[in-house]
Design a protein around this ligand. Structure first.
Ligand code: GUN
Ligand code: ZN
Length: 428
C-alpha cells in the first residue's frame, strides 16, 4: 500500500453549484489534507487531523497552494495541436484550410504518436488530467492516442473520427469501414486500463445518412460507451445541415433519426439550439460541451450556460483545441466567464471550477471517478499556485476570501499557475 498525504488549501464540491447554492456545496479548507492510497483518494479533511491519523504517510506540503481535482477537458481534437491559433477563418473555411490538411498527416503512425504525446504533455503542464479527444479517420491515430495516454496512466476518452463525405479523399472512410474500424477499436481499447472508447461521427455534414445509421447501430450494440459529435456551432453550418438533410426537423434531428441521440451523447458547442432541441436534449439527459475560447476564436456565438444549467442537460467545459485557442482550462474558465458577461450573467468562480472538474466528469458519466477531490475518486490532482505571476500575486495579496484569491488565477493564469500534477496518486 503506497500512502501519500498532500497538505495545502483544498477545494472540493458536494453538489452542483449551478442548481444548488454554491456556498453550501463548495468546501474550502485553508489547511486541508488529501490522503492518497493506491492511486485513489481515501480521505479528505483538515490537514492536522489527517497527519495525526496517518503518521506513516509521507507528506507533501503545498503551503498556500490550492489542491484541486485535476481539470477534465470534455472536448478537444489532439490532431489539431499543431495548427492551434491559425488566423482568419470561420468554421467551414477553417476546417478546409487548416484542419483537414493537418489531419491527413495522421495516416503516419509515427507522426500521430509524436503529436499524441506532445498533446498529453501539454495538457498535464496546464493541469489537465483527462482529455476527451477526437482522433482522425485513421485507426493509427486512435492507437497513438490511447497508447500515449496509457504510457502516462491518464484516463482519456477518444474515438476514430468518421467522415464519408464533404472531406478530402485522404480523409474519407465509408459507412461500412467506419462501422468496422470503430467496432474493432472499441473492442481493442474500451476499458483497457483507463481508456474509454467513444463513437465519433465528426458532424452530420461530413457523414452520409448511411454512415450515421451505421454508427447509430454500433451505439445500439454498445450503449455503455459514449458518443461524441458537434451540434449547432455556427450559423452557416446550420444552413448547410438544413440543405443536406431537408427531411430533418433541425440539426439535432440529423442525429436523432439515426440512433445518435442518447444519454451518453456528448454534443460539442450546442450554441444555436431551438426550443425543440433543448427539450429533447433535456428529456434524454444528454450532455453538451461549452467550448468558449473556440466559440469566440472561430466566431461561433455565445453559449447559454446559465439557461442550459437549469434543464436536465449536463454541461461540460472544454478547450476544443485547435478550434479553441488555448490548452489551458484556466483560460477556458476565464473565457466562459467573459461569454457569460456578454450575456449579462456573471458565472461565479465556484461554478467555473466545478465546470472544469466535476461538471465535465458529470457530462462524461464519470462523476465520482475523475474530476473530484472526494473519497473514492482517482487521485488525479492539480495543485495551483494562486500567486504565479507578479500581476496575479499583487491582486491575490489583497484577496478577502478564497474566491477573491482564486478568480485572478482563473482570469490571468496559465501553465505557470500549475504547481504540480498527480495522476492516479503519482506525481508527474
Ligand atoms: N465541426 C466539425 N469539425 C470540427 C472541428 O474540428 N472543430 C470545431 N470547432 N468544429 C467542428
Ligand atoms: Zn470539436
Amino acid at each position: 500500500m503506497t500512502k501519500q498525504l498532500l497538505l495545502g488549501q483544498t477545494l472540493r464540491f458536494s453538489g452542483n453549484p449551478f442548481t444548488a447554492d454554491w456556498d453550501t456545496v463548495t468546501h474550502h479548507s485553508r489547511r486541508g489534507g488529501v490522503l492518497v492510497e493506491d492511486g485513489k483518494i481515501t480521505a479528505v479533511g483538515e490537514g492536522d487531523d489527517l497527519r495525526r491519523d496517518h503518521p506513516d504517510a509521507p507528506v507533501t506540503d503545498y503551503g498556500d497552494g490550492l489542491i484541486s481535482a485535476g481539470f477534465v477537458d470534455a472536448h478537444m481534437h489532439y490532431p489539431q495541436t499543431g495548427i492551434i491559433a491559425s488566423w482568419g477563418k470561420q468554421l467551414i473555411d477553417w476546417l478546409n484550410t487548416y484542419t483537414f490538411p493537418e489531419e491527413s498527416r495522421f495516416a503516419d503512425a509515427a507522426y500521430a504518436a509524436d503529436v499524441a504525446g506532445r498533446t498529453l504533455d501539454l495538457a498535464l503542464a496546464h493541469g489537465t488530467t483527462t482529455l476527451t479527444s477526437f482522433c482522425t479517420i485513421h485507426p493509427e491515430s486512435v492507437d497513438a492516442f490511447f497508447g500515449a495516454a496509457a504510457d502516462r496512466n491518464m484516463a482519456v476518452i477518444a474515438g476514430k473520427t468518421c467522415m464519408d463525405r464533404n472531406a478530402p479523399d485522404t480523409l474519407r472512410d465509408t459507412a461500412q469501414s467506419a462501422y468496422e474500424d470503430s467496432k474493432a477499436l472499441l473492442e481493442k481499447w474500451h476499458g483497457k486500463g483507463r481508456a474509454t472508447y467513444c463513437i465519433t461521427p465528426r458532424f452530420s455534414p461530413t457523414s452520409t445518412p448511411e454512415q450515421l445509421a451505421a454508427l447509430g447501430a454500433l451505439w445500439a450494440e454498445h450503449p455503455e460507451v459514449p458518443m461524441q459529435t458537434h451540434l449547432s456551432e455556427q450559423l452557416p453550418e446550420l444552413e448547410w445541415v438544413a440543405s443536406l438533410f431537408p427531411d430533418c426537423r433541425d440539426y439535432l434531428d440529423t442525429y436523432e433519426r439515426f440512433g445518435l441521440l442518447g444519454e451518453r451523447g456528448l454534443y460539442g458547442h450546442a450554441i444555436h439550439l431551438t426550443d425543440r432541441e433543448k427539450a429533447r436534449l433535456s428529456e434524454v439527459g444528454a450532455s453538451v460541451v461549452h467550448c468558449p475560447t473556440s466559440n469566440t476564436f472561430i466566431g461561433s456565438g455565445l453559449f447559454d450556460m446559465i439557461g442550459l444549467s437549469q434543464t436536465n442537460i449536463r454541461t461540460g467545459l472544454a478547450t476544443d483545441t485547435g478550434g479553441g485557442s488555448n490548452f489551458s482550462m484556466l483560460r477556458t474558465m476565464g473565457a466562459a466567464y467573459e461569454v457569460g458577461q456578454l450575456r449579462g450573467e456573471a458565472i461565479h468562480p465556484a461554478q467555473l471550477m466545478w465546470l472544469a472538474t466535476e461538471g465535465s466528469a458529470n457530462a462524461l458519466h464519470m462523476s465520482g471517478q475523475i474530476g473530484s477531490l472526494n473519497v473514492g475518486a482517482a487521485a488525479d490532482i492539480t495543485v495551483l499556485d494562486l500567486a504565479s505571476t507578479p500581476a496575479i500575486a499583487q491582486r491575490t495579496n489583497r484577496a478577502e476570501h478564497i474566491w477573491d484569491a482564486i478568480f485572478p488565477t482563473v482570469m490571468m493564469g496559465d501553465d505557470r499557475a500549475i504547481r504540480d500534477v498527480w495522476i492516479a496518486g503519482k506525481k508527474v
